[in-house]
Design a protein around this ligand. Sequence first.
Ligand SMILES: Cc1cc2nc3c(=O)[nH]c(=O)nc-3n(C[C@H](O)[C@H](O)[C@H](O)COP(=O)(O)O)c2cc1C
Length: 196
Amino acid sequence: MVTSALERALAPFPLESVPASHARRFLEPGPVVLLTTRHAGNENVMALGWHQVLEFSPSLVSCVVSRSSRSFEMLRASGECVLNVPGSDMLDAVVGVGNCSGEDVDKFARFGLEREDALEVDAPALPQCHALIECRVSDDRAVERYNLFILEVRHIRARVTPRPPEYVHYVGDGEFMLSGKRVSRKRLFRPEMLGF
Ligand SMILES: Cc1cc2nc3c(=O)[nH]c(=O)nc-3n(C[C@H](O)[C@H](O)[C@H](O)COP(=O)(O)O)c2cc1C
């Protein structure tokens, strides 16, 4: 259950729009995300660790969604989703969401997930998360063969302050790694390599 303490902690830090080309800021570290969909009056959420950044502009990411999940049919039918990036304070909700199906249960209610309409796609977004990455399926040629969806990022909102939270990284067999400290090596980069 996501606690009201989380909501209180987030209140001073509103979600702000971020350029779509900055998707790597949130996805390159490889956190587990919560993929939300809406289709035919139903909404759903699943945990997703298999995603990858593909391109800056247009901003493209890919994800593998199991054919056996309810989310697969919802994403294929609607062509839209939100990749919500949770902090480690949502870990138990992430695990819960990834261990049951929207076929059987209203996961938003069971795991205390607030939702609101996304801005540019027809899907729910999870405002308790650190970043809300709104996507539209832009290429479905690998879906039949690999369950791999190529998504174009249409809009990103994120809590830019105070600091990025610890992300949640799945390492298998029920264990997670929480993202660690950040270090800068900006001085070793060519200037054109910086700025996301
Ligand atoms: C940490 C974690 C990561 C997961 N990553 C993926 C993933 O990348 N792709 C996938 O298809 N399922 C993944 N799952 C499993 C789905 O979240 C799970 O099958 C879910 O119950 C599907 O829900 P649905 O039937 O409501 O769509 C993951 C589960 C967990 C707990």
